[in-house]
Design a protein around this ligand. Structure first.
Ligand code: GDG
Length: 491
């Protein structure tokens, strides 16, 4: 942080995301409680903004958010140690339906994940998406004190925002990070608004993705759908009068993670979790933790457990999958259908392999506190991340960070960005049910020495390439750009 402050003397930092890092809710008893949302983006970015200060602009979504506001829709956060300003933007139900549920989550989310859920593009959603991007552009311009802030735009909700901000603040340094995959050009091409989306993003000084693969896909889409000049060697796009660099910044977690500080030793976590879930003390467990989303391969993971128990019946009664799935986007039919399907499948598998108090699949469809999440990671013999497609996946990195005992096996989808960095995991294809079942067996049989060797390498990777480095690298690139621009203006 100190080095960064030297590189960016007096720079003003503004982060924009849909989700706010602190949600104020009023409970039935009238008490206001503070919720920290289950989102990869917030887990990754919040520690950085805490360290740098500045302003975070986001949609105010909590039932008591408006009451928590001091003046002009601003509030100082975190509440117990105020270190930056949260500026809330208020959206009507109609705006939220069109921009968030509609265009962003029924259009762009399935489009970019190639998850075989057909993307839906409604004209009315697109109109709302454009209007909300304008609304955020006004809010950011209002918050900016100087002419050249550094603006960090987060995610697929704001593809049009970079260009709208470039018009309002021509000298700003705009860094846009796309947290989900960017599909190949052919797939992206089915989006009816592909040109506008690409032109919008090219208002950025830098566009970032998790992997080089997603950067290349983006450059291919630029090449195919807009008139521009691309220099592949430096990954730079010249479009109109603008120059945009396209760079990989693999996201990560804070090291050490805050929730690890309050954890008991691993044997105590193992005992506590087994007791709380009513499982025998000697049972081996796998954990899965995520938002209840169809890209995460929750159904496929349960099918793999089914295949494993069918092929290796000696494990019946000795192994269980503990699946935590926090409900998300439940307003959308595709999400409700997944929840129903998963509950029914868990019941069906449990009735076939279970009995006498034994359930091979323990499905808890509730949000958990970070402490409980880390306790589960520490209690587990293996963690299964079986995303069908995932930008990065922070759960994989959190599991590795949680295991300071250097034990435990990570079973990881080849289609999560994290598999590029965590090669010592047992890498699986979640579409290959039988092979994933065999991977579970391999993980359960893995000797302690081998677990340790693999875990040490993965922990080293997550420690060295932590979230401070992710944000730091983006800000250092911004600093270099600003210096170059200053020199160019001198000539
Ligand atoms: C997007 C991209 C990319 C989950 N359930 C609970 C809970 N979580 C936390 C996890 C983790 C976070 O939510 C999920 O992060 P992921 O990265 O795995 O996934 P997405 O939310 O889809 O995030 C993804 C990420 O953005 C960052 O760029 O990696 O590819 O899809 O931190 O621990 N946390 C709590 N209770 C839960 O029940 N407290």
């Amino acid at each position: 942080t100190l080095a960064l402050a030297n590189e960016l003397p007096g720079a003003e930092i503004i982060v924009v995301s849909n989700r706010e890092p602190y949600i104020h809710n009023r409970a039935r008893d009238g008490e206001v409680s503070l919720q920290i949302p289950a989102s990869g983006l917030v887990s990754a970015l919040e520690p950085v903004v805490r360290a740098c200060g500045g302003t975070w602009v986001a949609h105010g979504s909590g039932t008591a958010d408006r009451e928590a506001v001091d003046s002009h829709d601003r509030v100082a956060v975190p509440p117990d140690d105020p270190s930056y300003t949260l500026r809330r933007v208020w959206l009507s139900d109609e705006e939220q339906d069109g921009y968030y549920y509609g265009f962003a989550n029924e259009g762009l989310w399935p489009l970019c994940h190639i998850a075989f859920v057909r993307p839906v593009f409604r004209e009315s959603d697109w109109a709302m998406y454009r209007a909300v991007n304008e609304k955020f552009a006004d809010a950011v311009a209002e918050e900016a004190r100087g002419e050249d802030p550094i603006i960090l735009i987060q995610d697929y909700h704001f593809a049009l925002l970079p260009r709208l901000l470039r018009q309002r603040l021509p000298r700003a340094t705009i860094i846009t990070f796309w947290h989900i995959p960017w599909p190949n050009a052919e797939t992206f091409g089915i989006c009816p608004h592909r040109e506008e989306i690409i032109e919008g993003l090219l208002g950025s000084s830098i566009v970032g993705f998790h992997t080089q693969f997603h950067c290349s896909n983006f450059l291919d889409a630029v090449d195919r759908f807009v008139e521009s000049r691309i220099v592949r060697e430096t990954s730079t796009v010249y479009y109109g009068g603008d120059m945009t660099r396209v760079r990989p910044y693999p996201i990560s977690i804070a090291w050490p993670p805050a929730a690890l500080r309050r954890q008991k030793p691993v044997p105590e976590c193992r005992a506590a979790v087994r007791e709380r879930l009513g499982l025998p003390s000697d049972i081996r467990i796998a954990v899965g933790i995520e938002r209840f989303d169809y890209t995460k391969g929750i159904i496929d993971r349960m099918q793999a457990v089914d295949s494993f128990l069918t092929e290796h019946p000696e494990w019946v009664g000795r192994f269980a999958l503990v699946q935590v799935a926090a409900p998300t986007r439940s307003k959308l039919a595709s999400y409700r259908a997944l929840q129903d399907e998963a509950l029914a499948l868990a019941e069906e598998i449990n009735s076939r392999h279970g009995g006498e108090g034994y359930r091979p699949i323990v499905l808890v469809a509730e949000h958990h506190e970070p402490n409980e999440v880390y306790e589960l990671f520490r209690a587990a013999d293996l963690c299964i991340v079986s995303s069908l497609h995932d930008g990065m996946n922070l759960v994989a990195k959190e599991f590795v960070a949680a295991r300071d005992d250097e034990q435990g096996v990570l079973v990881l989808s080849a289609f999560a960005g994290a598999s590029r960095e965590l090669g010592e995991a047992v890498i699986v294809n979640p579409y290959h049910t039988h092979a994933m079942g065999e991977a579970i067996l391999r993980a359960l049989d893995m000797p302690a020495d081998e677990q340790r060797e693999r875990m040490i390498l993965m922990r080293e990777q997550v420690r060295a390439r932590n979230v401070y480095r992710w944000a730091g690298q983006m800000l250092l690139d911004a600093a270099r750009l600003r210096k170059r621009e200053r020199i160019a203006r001198l000539n």
